[in-house]
Design a protein around this ligand. Structure first.
Ligand code: HEC
Ligand code: HEC
Length: 158
C-alpha cells in the first residue's frame, strides 16, 4: 500500500503540472482514488484545479464542482449519491445538481458572481453555506482534509 502510493506520487505530480491537486489525496483508507477522466473521477479532490480556464489542458471548464461525503472524516470512497446541491445561476434562477454514485457534482452553467452561498439537501434535511458564493467556486479547494478559507473540512451531509 505504502509502496504503491510512493510509486504513484511522482506520476500524480506530472499529471498535475499547472493545476493544484494535493498528491497526498491519491490514496487513503479507501485505497487508490479512481483517476479515470469522467464523472466518477477523483472524488474529494479540487476539480477546478484542472477544470478551470487556463488549468489542465484537456479538462473541460466547469463553473463549480465538488463532492459531498457522508461525514467530515469520510474517506474518498464515502461520497454520497442523490444529494441535491443548489446554486444560483447568473440570471438569478436556482440550479439543482444531484450528486452521482461517488458523491461528485459539477456544472458548466454560468453562476451569479458572489451570489447566494450554496445549499445542500438530503433526506429532508438542508444546510446552507452561511456566506456568499466565492468568486471561484472550487468547492473541494476549501472543503478538504486540509481545509482552507475557514472551512471545517469536506462537504458532508446535513
Ligand atoms: C488532475 C486534473 C483533474 C482533476 C483534479 C479532475 N479532473 Fe475531471 N477531467 C480531467 C481531464 C483531463 C478530463 C478530460 C479527459 C478528456 O476528455 O480527454 C476530465 C474529464 C472529466 C469529465 C468528463 C467531461 C466531459 O465533458 O467529457 C467529468 C464529468 C469530470 N472530469 C469531472 C470531474 C470532477 C467532478 C472532479 C472533482 C471531483 C474532477 N473531474 C477532477 C482532469 C481532472
Ligand atoms: C473559499 C472557501 C470556500 C469555498 C470555495 C466553498 N466553501 Fe463552503 N464553506 C466555507 C466556509 C468557511 C464554511 C463555514 C464553515 C464550515 O461549515 O465548513 C462553509 C460551509 C459550507 C456548508 C455548510 C456546512 C455546515 O455543516 O454548516 C456547505 C453545505 C458548503 N459550504 C458547501 C459548499 C459548496 C457546494 C461549494 C462549492 C459551490 C463551497 N461550499 C465552496 C468555505 C468555502
Amino acid at each position: 500500500m505504502k509502496r504503491r502510493f510512493l510509486a504513484m506520487a511522482p506520476m500524480a505530480l506530472l499529471v498535475c503540472l499547472g493545476c493544484t491537486v494535493d498528491a497526498s489525496n491519491d490514496a487513503d483508507a479507501c485505497g487508490p482514488v479512481d483517476t479515470t477522466p469522467g464523472p466518477m473521477m477523483r472524488p474529494g479532490e479540487n476539480c477546478l484545479g484542472c477544470h478551470q480556464d487556463g488549468f489542465g489542458e484537456e479538462a473541460p471548464e466547469f463553473s463549480a464542482a465538488g463532492t459531498v461525503f457522508a461525514s467530515l472524516d469520510s474517506g474518498s470512497c464515502d461520497g454520497v449519491e442523490g444529494v441535491s446541491v443548489f446554486l444560483t445561476a447568473e440570471d438569478g434562477s436556482e440550479i439543482e445538481l444531484i450528486t452521482n454514485e461517488v458523491g461528485n457534482f459539477y456544472t458548466t452553467e454560468p453562476l451569479m458572481e458572489e451570489g447566494p452561498g450554496p445549499r445542500i439537501e438530503f433526506d429532508g434535511k438542508t444546510v446552507s453555506m452561511g456566506r456568499d458564493l466565492p468568486s471561484i467556486p472550487a468547492c473541494n479547494a476549501c472543503h478538504s482534509d486540509s481545509p482552507v478559507g475557514g472551512a471545517l473540512g469536506k462537504i458532508y451531509l446535513p
